[in-house]
Design a protein around this ligand. Structure first.
Ligand code: NDP
Length: 346
């Protein structure tokens, strides 16, 4: 019974988040990719509001003794299974009815056939909803796991720092939700198992692997120097990732923008297209990827259990995700920009 209740939890959360996304006020923005009519695709974005309502709702359920705030920890196995199955059902439901891309079914299933599907009269964009679900359920998982640990072991500064920095990461994404419209996932990828299952199951559950794996472990130890190192690593990474992403976003939307009032947009150009080569984009081709890996390392260091292997899966996952992506993106840019890309790389 309990396993079934856990299993159903992500499905119920998904429905709740969908309803919140549909009914709460949203801003309407133009994206970066073209829609089927050749005009820029438009989006309804209200991720931050939905996220905050979810978190407040979770605490309200606990306060009124309807659901314990540690529920997602207690039912972690059933709930992770529910998300895994839900991600599979979603991937099949989206891929099967869509026309084949000409590749094998396995490739179509993994990478998807539809680029930017939107539902409910274009009120819900599949990709942005998937990212919103992932962020909200990851937030709830982290709170549940941390609450469980707090009830068992009392206050531990490293755990608080880990959760605090993770919430920074999530709130940062939601604050700059619009900037995400200019990223690789949105303009280059389709929605299949990788993105669908990735956001419904992998993102909200695997990203909590650090806290999950140490939630019941005794022997917490994190000296102050380690916490300071963790925070410095995390925020240095955040500066690299957010800085590079924002500088590119401004460049794409307003090419003459002087980023932070300091970085003038120096470019290499063929007269028609330009690539930014100043500021963060003058340092390396993907300083934002380095930033993400540093943030993940800082989060793991903050947990305190640095000799435990499981928490390190999180930064390792980023290396595994972003190194191949860098090759894919370089290939895509070399095809798109031709000799201009070679000049930029030099
Ligand atoms: P980038 O932000 O590096 O975007 C690559 C694209 O930017 C290129 O395809 C090209 O697209 C354009 N571009 C590249 N170089 C230049 C340049 N010098 N000047 C102008 N345009 C350039 O990568 P992603 O979109 O993959 O990542 C964005 C962020 O999202 C990163 O911080 C990444 O780590 C993060 N991310 C986080 C994930 C997570 O789970 N937390 C998952 C995935 C990504 P164009 O054709 O438009 O010119």
């Amino acid at each position: 019974m309990s396993l079934l209740a856990g299993f159903l939890t992500p499905w119920i959360l998904c429905l709740a988040i969908l309803i919140l996304h549909l009914v709460l006020p949203a801003r309407h923005v133009e994206g970066y990719v073209d829609g089927p009519d050749g005009k820029k695709l438009r989006y309804r974005l209200n991720g931050m509001l939905v996220f905050l309502v979810c978190i407040a709702g979770w605490f309200a359920l606990d306060h009124f003794e309807i659901l314990r705030a540690t529920w997602l920890y207690e039912e972690r196995v059933g709930s992770a299974l529910g998300a895994i199955v839900m991600g599979l059902v979603f991937s099949f439901a989206l891929v099967l009815p869509a026309p084949s891309s000409g590749k094998s079914f396995a490739a179509d299933f993994f990478l998807g056939r539809l680029k930017n599907p939107q539902f409910f009269s274009n009120r819900v964009d599949a990709k942005m909803f998937l990212y919103l679900f992932g962020a909200a359920v990851l937030g709830l998982n982290l709170l549940s796991f941390a609450m469980h640990r707090y009830q068992r072991f009392g206050f531990e500064p490293g755990i608080a720092l880990h959760v605090g920095m993770f919430f920074w990461f999530l709130l940062d994404y939601l604050t700059f939700e619009r900037v995400h419209l200019y990223t690789y996932d949105i303009f280059a990828e389709n929605v299949g198992f990788k993105l669908g299952w990735g956001c419904l199951a992998f993102y909200p559950y695997f990203y909590a692997v650090g806290l999950w794996s140490v939630a019941d472990l005794e022997g917490y130890s994190a000296p102050t120097w380690q916490l300071a190192l963790a925070a410095i690593t995390f925020f240095a990474g955040w500066c690299c990732a957010r800085g590079a992403n924002m500088q590119k976003f401004y460049f794409k939307t307003d090419p003459d923008h002087v980023f932070l009032g300091v970085f003038k947009p120096e470019v290499v150009t063929d007269g028609q297209r330009s690539l930014l080569c100043s500021g963060f984009w003058g340092v390396s081709r993907h300083v934002n990827y380095l930033g993400e890996i540093l943030m993940a390392t800082g989060l793991t260091l903050a947990l305190g259990f640095i000799t435990e292997p499981w928490p390190w899966l999180y930064p390792l996952y980023y290396v595994a995700l972003l190194v191949p992506r860098q090759f894919d993106d370089d290939k895509r840019c070399a095809e798109k920009y031709g000799p201009l890309w070679d000049e930029y790389v030099k």
